[in-house]
Design a protein around this ligand. Structure first.
Ligand SMILES: C[S@@+](CC[C@H](N)C(=O)[O-])C[C@H]1O[C@@H](n2cnc3c(N)ncnc32)[C@H](O)[C@@H]1O
Length: 271
């Protein structure tokens, strides 16, 4: 079977064969998840300037491909109210752009949403809370950033109406995935939405091409491609999670992992 190819890119061209996808000269099989290689930004000794640029560029990537505007409109906004506060926790918030966007959209809609964002990585926390990076309407002041893991919040007995994550699932080995799912199911009163990449040749080729100008200037090109190789196909994610979780595909090349805890009658926070 021959997939698709983009020609005219010379020696650093991009194309796909039945056995693998070639992005910028590297032939890669996407038949199975790549679970061994580590992302450059996960190296604690990585270059700080490149890392900061990577967080900043992932904001652009997330805005273009992660689909949070759609998730907000279809799944989160219907739960919100102008009179009653709803609490939302974003787990593994990295540079913090997704929770800030959610807080901003709710604010614009006149809805009361209290957003907490947690990540144990000190570098992510420092980037997300750096006042020098604040812009007037980026939603930063509406989000409480904390250096913590989901497990620490469970241990502290914390609860939130909605729990979200972006690009965290593919990052985790099976025990860490099981922990995240158990934690998020315990932390959420109403809804959990984990949003991640669906591994596909289209995603790999399109992302490789679109981010090639950033290659060498940040980790976005390398780590994004590795993230796609690490990410799940729908059937793989269904097989990896307990039956109470639903896997819903979303364009472009996304998987939503959804959980609605059985109604406890608690409703949303009501603060
Ligand atoms: C690939 S980054 C995603 C960052 C951000 N959500 C984004 O989309 O740009 C994954 C992050 O999840 C964090 N993480 C992994 N497991 C976690 C957990 N159980 N609780 C909190 N953060 C976690 C890691 O520290 C890492 O910063």
């Amino acid at each position: 079977m021959t997939g698709f190819s983009v020609t005219g890119l010379g020696a650093t061209g991009l194309g796909a064969t039945g056995f693998g996808t070639t992005v910028l000269g590297l032939r890669t099989s996407l038949a199975e998840r790549e679970t061994e290689a580590l992302e450059l930004m996960d190296d604690p000794a990585c270059d700080e300037v490149l890392l900061a640029r990577t967080y900043a560029q992932f904001r652009v990537v997330n805005a273009l491909v992660a689909g949070w505007r759609t998730i907000y409109r279809r799944r989160i906004r219907p739960l919100l109210s102008a009179d009653r506060t709803t609490s939302l926790l974003d787990v593994g918030s990295g540079g913090g752009d997704v929770p800030r966007a959610l807080a901003r959209w709710a604010g614009r809609d006149g809805l009361r949403l209290e957003v907490t964002a947690v990540d144990p990585d000190p570098r992510a926390h420092a980037f997300a809370t750096d006042p020098a990076r604040a812009t007037p309407r980026d939603g930063r002041d509406r989000v409480r950033f904390r250096r913590a893991t989901s497990t620490e919040l469970v241990a502290a007995g914390e609860r939130f109406d909605v729990v979200t994550s972006n690009h965290v699932l593919h990052h985790l080995d099976p025990p860490a995935l099981a922990t995240l799912l158990a934690d998020s199911a315990r932390l959420a009163r109403v809804l959990v939405v984990h949003d991640d990449i669906a591994r596909s040749r289209f995603a790999y080729a399109a992302y490789g091409l679109a981010t090639s100008p950033w290659s060498g200037r940040s980790f976005v090109h390398h780590d994004g491609l590795l993230s796609i190789r690490r990410s799940y196909r729908r059937a793989e994610l269904v097989a990896a999670v307990p039956p109470s979780w639903r896997v819903v595909p979303m364009l472009p090349s996304r998987l939503l992992l959804l959980h609605e805890p059985p109604s406890s009658g608690e409703g949303t926070s009501g603060a």
